[in-house]
Ligand binder design. Sequence first.
Ligand code: HEC
Length: 109
Amino acid sequence: MARAGLVTVAFALLALAYLGVQWWGAEPRPAREDLPPVEHGAQIFAEHCAPCHGARGEGEVGPRLVLENKERFRGALLIGFYPMPSFEGVLTEEEIDALWAYVSSLPAP
Ligand code: HEC
């Protein structure tokens, strides 16, 4: 009888472990778009802006980012700011919002 009980417990533990693995494995990785805007923006920045503006906007080829307001920021991105290319059609509005969230979170110089 005690043995049957042990087998039941062992089986239950195995079943739990199995379910745990299933749950863990099925956990979807968050899509980039599901990240908080600041983190999403940091990724877009690293991809599209850091080569010229430096990893944290400190300035390389491009200047240290001067951020007066979001409209000017958005305008600079859409129109382009020679030699900076226009990002119209490259970045979505949502991505520009995320970028703004990121760059405005950077420490002041
Ligand atoms: C090819 C290099 C290059 C890339 C890539 C680039 N920039 Fe620039 N950016 C520049 C340069 C150079 C200037 C300064 C132009 C000037 O002052 O005439 C500038 C200016 C700016 C300005 C200032 C506009 C203002 O209001 O004075 C902002 C904001 C800006 N960039 C944001 C970005 C963001 C965000 C990205 C990524 C989506 C990006 N840039 C990608 C080179 C680049």
